[in-house]
Design a protein around this ligand. Sequence first.
Ligand code: NI
Length: 213
Amino acid sequence: MVANPNPALQDQVAAIITAAAAGELPAIVQAGHPTLRTPAPAWQGQLNPRELESLIDVMRQCMHAAPGVGLAAPQIGVSLQLAVLEDQHLIDPETAALRERTHFDFLAVLNPRYQGLGTETAEFYEGCLSVPGWQAVVPRHRAVGLHFSSPDGSEHYREYSGWPARIVQHETDHLHGGLYLDKAIIRSLSSNAEYATRWAHPGIELAQRELGF
Ligand code: NI
């Protein structure tokens, strides 16, 4: 059953699913594309359950292939409040501890909304598959509460802190036309190569001092 069918969206998603089945994953939309700057319509059942499930599966494949820890539907050109999140990457224990980077089991969210919990913020480098080659420090809520719907229609509220909270905020912002650069401390902007050479420390103190932010 499709609650609110959107034939144009269904056609677009069908083409993505067909191409993926033939081994061609959708390209990740790059900054400068208007879809990334357009608030995505809320999920209201525009696709049937099989279409939604297949779309989520393609997004998960895309996220793994990139590789990334999250992907929002607008990043494959689909304007819909849908994102996938997953972080199973192993990083060194010191960095993981300081950044509070813990495993984040795969999650698909529809219509996510977050609010900061408490007043604490955390500042770390992050990047985005739609802005490849660059990273910048983004101050974010250290902890958030997230309301979302699951593909099965159930409603949820979960609380996240540390790196998972950062992923939640980054991906949810995508669904509202935001990019991490909107919130970044722009003087921290660093190419991946410069980041790897100079700033790949658990914290940002050295980069703060040397780049002046
Ligand atoms: Ni992103």
